[in-house]
Design a protein around this ligand. Structure first.
Ligand code: C2O
Ligand code: CU
Length: 487
């Protein structure tokens, strides 16, 4: 048995938490600090809505439910409140979101708020909380600081729990948003069903290497649905890629559409395109239409080779255009300035390197800076981070940073087409992406990882602490690191 903590064997290992030690470097096990409950209580108490805003309370129950991913086939899905995806959580900037999650499954779980800037104690990882055991309830409570399309998903035994349905959308609105004829949330995913209609067992060597791409493609938990838009209407679609491993190069009948925003909210201005790559974990907001009455378009993923082959068109939905209807959509030309974190050339302060290696078992190992479950140096609140995410492996990996947005400075040496805030970015095979981000004052344990769930579970991740420069939040690691910074 390796010393590494593997998400897929979480139950067997959870009793080992006491063995956990905060080594300064190298790989480590996952466990919350001894004061995790205190940190959670303090974060809970500090979450107060802005004046005029409210506490949005949601009760979630993780439970097995029979769900029809495809018609006439019932699958034992793992759901939030009996539905796949879980309920859409809809709130406004300045609200406090309070979610009471009760676990009615037979294994532990945690819930991660992907893209949300929240206190570390509410991040839903097993570095900041004890997993929620069957029968237990845990309450997440935090203020919503940013508008955008976010999502929540299980952060335990992810290749199993997320595929079976434990994900949902979280929409956060600004006080004033552009007007469209209709807004939809489209959660894209896939599921591998066996001959009996049940979710197939995981763990084929090829799936462990490439990540599982299911044989049924889903939009909002349903296989390849039909959507209807009125002729002449312009709709806002909030699209989330919740799949374990599938890259979606989204095309809507190969017609032009406008990208309004990405993971961290609006772009500065709408960006016209005919297709856009959405890796697992990423979101985009797009404006669709106007289209002519009677048209029928295919919403598909165009061929994209992420290093695993993949040269086919995969259908997600059919879009039928109904009769013409009057439109009130007011497509903005400008969405708001994004202040660059960096002007001109800067040197990277850190390298995060994705790599693969043949393991002793003949399995591919997925590494960050040479380790599984890499322990990285702390970062200090207020100190600009410029990281080179380098991919020296043979397949693409989507890099996801928890809790903080970054700006992409360069992809393979070239600045991106538009400035944006992101929490997930594709790092192409053999390529590199330079990002910048600013740790604001939310000290604690954070992580980054590949969002291909099998790779994440196999340890393609890094942990690090955000520490205060005044060391007001000292842990044994932060003392060590602050000393190192001062030298
Ligand atoms: Cu959506 Cu740690 O991930
Ligand atoms: Cu990966």
């Amino acid at each position: 048995m390796s010393q590494h903590h593997d998400h897929s064997t979480h139950e067997q290992h959870s009793h080992n938490h006491g063995m956990h030690a905060h080594a300064g470097h190298g790989a480590m096990l996952h466990a919350p600090s001894s004061d995790a409950n205190g940190e959670h209580q303090r974060a809970y108490d500090q979450a107060e809505p802005d004046p005029g805003r409210t506490v949005v309370r949601v009760d979630l129950e993780a439970r097995e439910t029979e769900w029809e991913f495809t018609t006439r086939r019932r699958t034992r899905a793992w759901t939030f409140n009996g539905q796949v995806p879980g309920p859409i959580i809809d709130a406004t900037i300045g609200d406090v979101l309070e979610v009471r999650l009760t676990n009615r499954l037979t294994e532990p779980t945690t819930l991660h708020w992907h893209g949300i800037r929240l206190p570390a104690a509410m991040d839903g990882t097993d570095m900041v909380q004890h997993p929620i055991a069957p029968g237990e309830t845990f309450t997440y409570r935090f203020k919503l600081l940013d508008a955008g399309t976010f999502w929540y998903h299980s952060h335990s035994n992810e290749p199993v729990q997320v595929e079976r349905g434990m994900y949902g959308a979280l929409v956060v609105r600004a006080a004033d948003e552009p007007v469209f004829d209709r807004e939809r949330v489209l959660v894209l995913s896939d599921v591998m069903l066996d001959a009996h209609g049940e979710v197939a067992a995981t763990g084929e060597p090829r799936e462990r290497r490439d990540g599982r791409e299911g044989n049924v493609r889903l939009v909002n938990g349903v296989a390849e649905p039909e959507l209807m838009i009125w002729g002449g209407h312009v709709e806002r679609w909030r699209i989330i890629n919740a799949a374990a491993a599938r890259y979606v190069r989204l095309s809507i009948g190969r017609r032009p559409f406008s990208v309004l925003g990405t993971g961290g909210g609006f772009l500065e201005a709408p960006l016209g395109t005919r297709d856009i790559l959405l890796t697992p974990g990423e979101r985009i907001d797009v404006a669709v239409g106007p289209l002519a009455p009677g048209e029928v378009l295919s919403v598909v993923s165009e061929p994209y080779d992420r290093g695993t082959g993949g040269g086919q068109v995969d259908s997600f939905a059919t879009l039928r255009v109904g009769p013409a209807a009057p439109s009130i959509a007011d497509m903005p030309a400008w969405l708001g300035a994004i202040t660059p974190l960096v002007e001109g050339r800067v040197a990277a302060s850190r390298e995060v390197r994705f790599s693969e290696r043949m393991g002793a078992q003949g399995d591919v190992e997925f590494l960050i800076n040479g380790d599984r479950h890499h322990r990285a140096e702390p970062v200090t609140v207020g100190e600009l981070q410029v990281w080179d995410i380098v991919n020296s492996s043979t397949m693409d990996h989507p890099f996801h940073l928890h809790g903080f947005f970054f700006q992409v400075l360069e992809r393979n040496g070239t600045p991106p087409m538009a400035r944006s805030w992101e929490d997930t970015v594709n790092v192409p095979a053999g390529g590199a992406v330079r990002i910048a981000w600013m740790p604001d004052d939310r000290p604690g344990e954070w992580m980054y990882h590949c969002h291909i769930l099998e790779h994440h579970a196999a340890g393609m991740m890094g942990h690090f602490a955000v520490v205060r420069a005044d060391n007001g939040h000292a842990t044994s690691e932060s003392v060590h690191s602050v000393a190192a910074v001062a030298n």
